[in-house]
Write a protein that binds this ligand. Structure first.
Ligand SMILES: [Mn+2]
Length: 334
């Protein structure tokens, strides 16, 4: 019952290598915005590994030079040489990222996040609506499984579909279906054009951009007031803001759920981001989350309710080794 395997190199649409069997396509290696990906096209992730590790839920898993991909007992090693007409060195920007989260006083954490070398996202299940944790997870999962080069509108559309599927007839009758905020920041490297950071924002999360010479700038506007959201994925009004920004080496992007600003206030967040501007992403995320948790669990925070707090920090770097996309660490109060 051994499947016949065809290996095709080059010239099929934008797939570089495509491995087929007689019955189902297994996987292909594709290029998206200057990065190479292993794209799983069927539910074959269990049998495909990168450097011996399962592909872990990414339908587009970033590849690094030297990676060894095994498909059902055959191995391919990735060797990339950029030739004429390919992306210039200066156009291959990537994220070096770190993330942290802590559950608030309501119990289960209803925030979700995602980080890869070209895309970071934070979602926060809307309070007062059912199954917020499912809604934020569905939004992030939809983005994770989207094509990294699809228009950002398409990724948002996938998130809307994924969240809409969670709604029961009873949810719809009550007018309170599962809903979530969503912030996405993506690096777009296109040959012959300056690199872009594309930001999609809906809800009351926040995206900041910082450079080595400037304080962090809040680039998003809150879609809501007090504790009521005007816009969100799964709400009546799902419209997102689209904010393109020039991408440059040295930029730092910070995504947070609303819990951080609610706990610390804008001035303290600004102060901490400035203090931590040269601290690596993971430690920066940890320290911001811990600052929120510690403040609200101290005497000064008595009487305040801690919301879930999630922070993703992504530094724009040039041609750094790809960091494996990984689940984020939970942070607990000291
Ligand atoms: Mn929140």
């Amino acid at each position: 019952m051994a499947a016949r395997t065809d290996l095709t190199i080059g010239s099929i649409a934008d797939a570089v290598i495509r491995v087929d069997t007689s019955h189902d396509r297994l996987a292909e290696i594709v290029v998206r915005y200057g990065l190479w990906y292993l794209h799983e096209t069927t539910g074959s992730a269990a049998s495909t590994r990168i450097n011996g590790n399962p592909v872990s839920g990414w339908s587009f898993a970033p590849l690094e030079v030297g990676d060894v991909i095994t498909f059902r007992g055959s191995a391919v090693r990735v060797e990339v040489e950029y030739i004429d007409g390919s992306l210039e060195r200066a156009e291959r920007l990537r994220f070096r990222f770190g993330a942290a989260t802590a559950a608030g006083d309501h119990g289960a954490n209803e925030d979700a996040s995602l980080a890869s070398p070209v895309l970071v996202a934070v979602a926060d299940g809307v309070g007062g609506h059912p199954r917020g944790a499912d809604a934020s997870a569905a939004a992030v999962e939809a983005v994770r499984n989207g094509d990294p080069a699809a228009p950002l509108d398409d990724l948002i559309g996938r998130a809307r579909d994924g969240v809409a599927e969670l709604a029961t007839p009873a949810d719809r009758r009550s007018g309170r279906a599962p809903a979530t905020t969503l912030d996405i920041v993506r690096i777009v490297n296109v040959a012959g054009a300056p690199p872009l950071l594309e930001i999609a924002h809906v809800g009351d999360g926040a995206v900041f951009i910082q450079t080595p010479d400037t304080r962090a700038q809040l680039v998003t506007t809150e879609h809501g007031h007090e504790n009521s959201l005007d816009r969100g994925i799964g709400l009546q009004d799902q419209r997102h803001d689209y904010l393109p920004v020039d991408g440059r080496v040295g930029q730092r992007v910070i995504l947070t759920s609303d819990g951080l600003l609610k706990a610390l206030g804008a001035d303290t967040v600004d102060h901490l981001l400035n203090e931590l501007r040269r601290t690596p992403p993971r430690q920066t995320a940890d320290q911001l989350v811990l600052a929120a948790v510690d403040l609200l669990r101290s005497e000064a925070g008595a009487g305040h309710v801690l919301d879930d707090v999630t922070v993703v920090v992504a530094d724009v770097v040039l041609d750094a080794p790809l960091q494996p996309a990984a689940p984020i660490e939970r942070v607990h109060s000291r």
